[in-house]
Design a binder for this molecule. Structure first.
Ligand code: AMP
Length: 170
């Protein structure tokens, strides 16, 4: 299956000059959705991880079914003001401006984790998630995304962590 058939390019969204990779056609197609979740699961399974951590909000769409299929738990990484318990946070730079993400302080116990998001662009969000998990004493076995925008070279920010990509767009 060619996953790129299910990704819609939306020019100038959410701001001029950005080509937004819309995954809603992939989500809407039974085979494409199952193929995507199965492929992520198959690549992560050999790592023997204990938890899947995923990044709000599109990361959740893949993180929860992969966690369920692997029989492991799920950790949400969320934007400011969303998690109700005590959190640890990290601020990082986006292309324009900055963003803060949070994780519950008690979300990290011993064991290996995989961090999941829908798309790796500059890599800032994924790199910040890895730092957040590691700041709480966790280990990240790998990072996993559906789409990698290869021309932005976001993987350079992952500092030695494996990146699993289903669809690389250059
Ligand atoms: P980054 O931190 O630059 O790697 O951006 C990653 C996050 O922003 C992901 O959670 C994506 O959902 C979103 N994102 C960034 N660029 C795009 C794009 N061109 N199309 C769709 N989503 C994007």
């Amino acid at each position: 299956m060619n996953l790129s058939d299910y990704i819609r390019d939306v020019p100038d969204f959410p701001k001029p000059g950005i080509v937004f990779k819309d995954i809603t056609p992939l989500l809407a197609d039974t085979s494409a959705l199952q193929h995507t979740i199965d492929a992520m699961k198959v690549s992560i399974a050999p790592l023997g991880v204990d938890k899947i951590a995923a990044i709000e909000s599109r990361g959740f769409l893949f993180g929860v079914p992969v966690a369920r299929d692997l029989g492991v738990g799920f950790i949400p990484i969320r934007k400011a003001g969303k998690l109700p318990w005590r959190t640890r946070s990290i601020e990082y730079e986006l292309e324009y401006g900055s963003e803060t993400i949070h994780i519950h302080e008690d979300a990290i116990q011993s064991g290996e984790r995989v961090a999941i998001d829908d798309l790796l662009a500059t890599g800032g969000t994924m790199a910040a998630s890895v730092r957040l998990i590691e700041a709480l004493g966790g280990q990240v076995a790998a990072c996993s995304v559906v789409i990698e925008l290869g021309f932005l070279n976001g993987r350079q920010h992952l500092h030695g962590h494996d990146l699993h990509t289903l669809l690389r767009l250059d």
